[in-house]
Each structure stands twice: as structure tokens, then as C-alpha cells.
Design a protein around this ligand. Structure first.
Ligand SMILES: C[S@@+](CC[C@H](N)C(=O)[O-])C[C@H]1O[C@@H](n2cnc3c(N)ncnc32)[C@H](O)[C@@H]1O
Ligand code: SF4
Length: 390
């Protein structure tokens, strides 16, 4: 068995409820039918964390938490008191790094001024606001519960209360969207001056309303123009792209997502959440929690039912693909040492593929780093497939 150096440890917390389900969304989110069982769910989350800590003996080799991401669903449906109880409970079980980043997702339709400040008081350092578009007609088409004014107010509020950082989620390639409309949305987002902007192209996912009743989306030429002109707008406004959809002002990259993409470790608590844990003895374990909120809560009722729906060890043969699939989302060069440390493999496992990728012009190599090229990004699937073993 190889040995490896366990990387930084993050924590993902899943809150599975939304006011209503958006027609494009395939996340594990459920439209609220009654009040959120807030206290019961937070108690389950903390029990989940405690069970993971014991199961994976994390208290024997404490790695302080590098970052926390409270995602969903719509975490801003939880009260500020609830978030405070949750964060205090987490810190009582696992220490925080002194400069920990704690992000929470919020839907502009569920934010009031008081709550925002309350989340900050509870320890949240970064809020990610799901704006999606500033155009009323597009927001309605996307089934959003908020209008453009609420999105603008949420961003202004984030500035006012002096959060360390905040993010706006914006989507493009929306139903019947012209290039001009997509760029106008981007202009409005830039005007609000968020330190971080996630700019996603809408994808049609199986098992969503849009999949069964497909809207008319911009064609490839328009999508290309949106990306090229939008990217330039962002760059001119001082935003640096550091990931496929991630742009930030210098120094404001999302530390939590960076840890995922650098093949870091993370615990996942909450229904349907995923975790990845590495051990000095060379094992890498992936975990998935029970997906449905009711089944998940039932597991913590009496601890008779399982709380894990899946636990698998990552084979040596799967590690190169998993490593590069994450790593090549990032624009930064990849230190070769990271491959050795986080996969526990040697270079011999990938040398042939690396040589092929250099020859194809997909990556450049220095003594210490690999860098994906422009061509490599265009042919990313081809590049990644080469690291797969049948
Ligand atoms: C997990 S969602 C949660 C955010 C929050 N619930 C909200 O919607 O305001 C995170 C982000 O993923 C993006 N997203 C969700 N579904 C998408 C899709 N099908 N295509 C592209 N982006 C998507 C949206 O920008 C969304 O804000
Ligand atoms: S609010 Fe966010 S998580 Fe909920 S359904 Fe809409 S996109 Fe999905």
C-alpha cells in the first residue's frame, strides 16, 4: 500500500429545502410542504458529524477545519439562531483554523436585512447569493421566487455589513436569451462590485422540468460570443478567472472550492452530501449520506437505520482521473508534488499519459508543474479520458 499526506480538511453541510423547485435544478433540494424541522435537522447534522469523526478516527489526528460551506437547497431558510447553534456545535467537535472561511448560500427572496447580519454574527464570513439574472422575465422563466430588486438589495446589504467576501451566482445561456441580454446581466452584476462572481452556463440536467419540456436555448455561436465578450468584460472590471465558472477580485477566490479542486479532503454532512477522506496509510474513502430528508432524519432517530448510503475506497487506478478531473478545472498550474502527496501514487502511474498530453499540446510541463493549455481546455474531455483506466 502507498502512503499519502492527508490534505486540508473542509466541511460541506447540506440544507435540502427550498420554497419551490426551480425547473433547471438537479440538486438534492425539496420544495417545502410544511415548516422546516430546523432544530431536529441541526441536531441530526451534529450527530452526523460526530459519527463521522468517530468512524474515521478524525479525533486521533486532528486537522483543523480549513473551510465550511453551507449549501443547498436554500440555507437562508434556516434562522440566524439555527446557524449559530450549528457552527458552535461544529466547532465543539472539530477545531477551526484561525482564518477559516465559512460560506453560506442564500436566495435573495429569503433574505431580510436582520438575518444577513445575524448570519455574520453567527460566524459566517462569506455569503453566496443566487441571483441568476437581473431580468424580471428571465427570473420568472427560471421559476425564481425573487425579483431583480431583491437581488440588488442583497448585494448592497452584503457590502453594508462588511462581510469578508460575498459571491453572486449568475447564469447565462438562458431560455431565449440574446447575447445582449446576457451581457447586460453581467454588466449589472459587475456594477454591484461583488468580490467573487460565479458565472455558470445553464445546463439541462436529466430529471429536471427543463429536461422534459426543453426551452429554446441560445445556439453555439451565441454561447461563444457570450463567453468571449463576457470574459473580456469581467477581465476589464478586474475579475480574474481561476476556474471554469469562477471569477474573483485578486485575493477573493473561494477557499472551499479551491480545496475541492486541489483534491483536498472534505466531510459531507446532511442528506445526500458527499465526503472524501484520505488517510496516511494510503486509503482514500468516498462517502455519501442518505439522500431523502425523511430517511436521513430517521437514521438519527434511533441510530438503527444507516446514515451512510455509500462508502467506497478509491482504487489506485481511479486516482489519476479523479485528481486531474478536479485539478484541470483550475487555471493555476498544478504542482507535481501535489499529485504524489494526495494520490499516494508515483509518476510512473501517469508518465505515458502525460507524455501523450504534452505531445498533443494539451498540457505544458516545467520541472515542478503541469499547466493545462488553451487547447487542453477545449479538449478537456479527451484529455481527462486518457487518465481513465478501463
Ligand atoms: C446549489 S445552487 C444553490 C443556490 C440557491 N439555492 C439559489 O438557487 O439561489 C448553486 C448555483 O448553481 C447554479 N445552478 C444550478 N443549477 C444549474 C444548472 N442546471 N445549470 C447551470 N447552473 C446551475 C445556480 O447559479 C445556483 O445559484
Ligand atoms: S433555489 Fe437553488 S437549490 Fe433550490 S431549487 Fe432553485 S436552484 Fe435548486
Amino acid at each position: 500500500m502507498n502512503t499519502l499526506i492527508p490534505p486540508a480538511l473542509s466541511l460541506y453541510v447540506h440544507i435540502p429545502w427550498c420554497v419551490q423547485k426551480c425547473p433547471y435544478c438537479d440538486f438534492n433540494s425539496h420544495a417545502l410542504k410544511a415548516d422546516i424541522p430546523e432544530q431536529e435537522y441541526i441536531a441530526a447534522l451534529l450527530q452526523d458529524l460526530e459519527t463521522d469523526i468517530e468512524r474515521y478516527q478524525l479525533n486521533n489526528s486532528p486537522r483543523p477545519l480549513h473551510s465550511i460551506f453551507i449549501g443547498g437547497g436554500t440555507p437562508s431558510l434556516i434562522s440566524a439562531e439555527g446557524i449559530a447553534t450549528l457552527l458552535q456545535g461544529i466547532e465543539a467537535r472539530i477545531p477551526f483554523k484561525s482564518d477559516i472561511e465559512i460560506t453560506m448560500e442564500a436566495n435573495p427572496g429569503t433574505i431580510e436585512a436582520e438575518r444577513f447580519a445575524g448570519y455574520q454574527k453567527a460566524g459566517v464570513t462569506r455569503i453566496s447569493v443566487g441571483v441568476q439574472s437581473f431580468e424580471q422575465q428571465k427570473l420568472e422563466r427560471l421559476g425564481r421566487i425573487h425579483g431583480q430588486d431583491e437581488a440588488v438589495n442583497a448585494a448592497k446589504l452584503a457590502h453594508q455589513i462588511g462581510l469578508n467576501s460575498f459571491n453572486l451566482d449568475l447564469m447565462h445561456g438562458l431560455p431565449d436569451q440574446s447575447v445582449e441580454q446576457a451581457l447586460a446581466d453581467l454588466d449589472k452584476a459587475i456594477e454591484l462590485d461583488p468580490p467573487h462572481l460565479s458565472w455558470y452556463q445553464l445546463t439541462i440536467e436529466p430529471n429536471t422540468m427543463f429536461y422534459y419540456k426543453q426551452p429554446t436555448l441560445p445556439d453555439d455561436d451565441d454561447l461563444w460570443d457570450i463567453f468571449e465578450q463576457g470574459h473580456k468584460k469581467l477581465a476589464d472590471a478586474g475579475y480574474v478567472q481561476y476556474e471554469i465558472s469562477g471569477y474573483s477580485k485578486p485575493g477573493y477566490q473561494c477557499q472551499h472550492n479551491l480545496n475541492y479542486w486541489r483534491f483536498g479532503d472534505y466531510l459531507g454532512i446532511g442528506c445526500g452530501s458527499h465526503g472524501k477522506l484520505s488517510f496516511a496509510d494510503g486509503r482514500i474513502v468516498r462517502t455519501t449520506k442518505v439522500k431523502h430528508p425523511r430517511g436521513y432524519l430517521a437514521a438519527f432517530d434511533n441510530m438503527v437505520k444507516p446514515y451512510l448510503s455509500d462508502e467506497t475506497e478509491v482504487d489506485d487506478t481511479d486516482r489519476p482521473f479523479e485528481f486531474f478531473m478536479n485539478r484541470f478545472r483550475l487555471i493555476e498550474a498544478c504542482p507535481k508534488q501535489d499529485f504524489l502527496d494526495t494520490t499516494g501514487l508515483g509518476f510512473t502511474a501517469i508518465q505515458e499519459t502525460i507524455d501523450w498530453a504534452i505531445e498533443k499540446g494539451y498540457i505544458d510541463e516545467s520541472d515542478s508543474h503541469w499547466q493545462i493549455t488553451k487547447k487542453g481546455k477545449l479538449f478537456l474531455n479527451d484529455l481527462l479520458e486518457a487518465f481513465m483506466v478501463d
